[in-house]
Design a protein around this ligand. Sequence first.
Ligand code: SF4
Length: 394
Amino acid sequence: MAFTAITSVSALAEITPGVPISREAAIRLIRCPDDGLPELLAAARAAKERFKPGVITYSRKVFLPLTNLCRDYCGYCTFRRDPGDPGAHTMTPDEVLAVARAGEKLGCTEALFSLGDKPELLFPEMRETLRHLGYRSTLHYLEAMCELVLRETTLLPHPNPGLLSAEWIARLAAVSPSMGLMLETTNADLLGKGKAHDNAPDKVPAKRLRTIEEAGKQRVPFTTGLLIGIGESPEDRVDTLLAIRDLHDRYGHIQEVIVQNFRVKPSIPMAGWPEPSHGEMLRAVAVARLLLPKVNIQAPPNLSAPYYDDLVDAGINDWGGISPLTPDYINPEKPWPHLDQLRLRTGAKGFSLQQRLPVYPEFLPALVARPGLLSEKLRAAADGCGLARTTRAA
Ligand code: SF4
């Protein structure tokens, strides 16, 4: 079916404020032609304003690449290493604490732990590293490092460790207010030979959905999202958003959905792959907003530079984690914008930039109601609106 501006405008006419659009409308809109794009963006921006008016948030964070060893080989990844590769590294507890303390001095409130998925299952070198550190697995080590940062600093951990069992979700939830796992896509064909998820056993969509669902059963505020441009179709993008929406409808735990665009790098297996266009990214963000009108939608500004402020027009309400200290280890060639720049450009779009915690304000009351160290730290970190208590200008 050819999509014209008229068919996409008729999809917009079906929008009821605050009510998610249908799959059929989403598919028409994500394929809208260029002359239908301004109306799509206007509808998405209006939906964002009904949800969280006047404000765009970000999380001031430090990035802690606990280990870049990983048993998966995603075709777009620059982060992962095998043991012995240049730059292969597992952080020591002293390194973790040094970075967290440096971030604390710069007003950071999030310690984002990013790491490869279960490297010890593939690499004896990682088993030896963990034995030397005194831990049985990477997840045991991660749990201890989250607890260390929580206890010793004012930062709040947000771990992204890959697939998790019910037991590990519960254990990590005791030492971090929120956690994340990108769903990326529901298209299992991308696990095929030569595709983005070839030789990436942890990227089976059904397994990732199970982790996100288990987090929902345990009421853990959860960050997830989709990757744009790794071989999926526009319909796949809609179906991935619908799978997230379905879990959120059942459990109410999806605190944010990240819409992340693939960026090509010379060193990756997908080095010859085309990047998604800026227009594709804007359509995906806008459709995410209309499918999930009451969920926080985030897009990373560094991956859409220099035109990242267009993402505000597509309905995001959050820029994600921005670090004044550590590079984006996942996309090291794409530095985060300076926070002053981000504030200026967000302001030029008519919004104030405000610093949030890794957990969003609407999820905070349930967490602070539970006694313990996590609750105490959250109370100390949050202001009266549930955002970051800080006197530092954004
Ligand atoms: S994207 Fe994540 S799971 Fe895939 S190879 Fe990189 S670190 Fe491993």
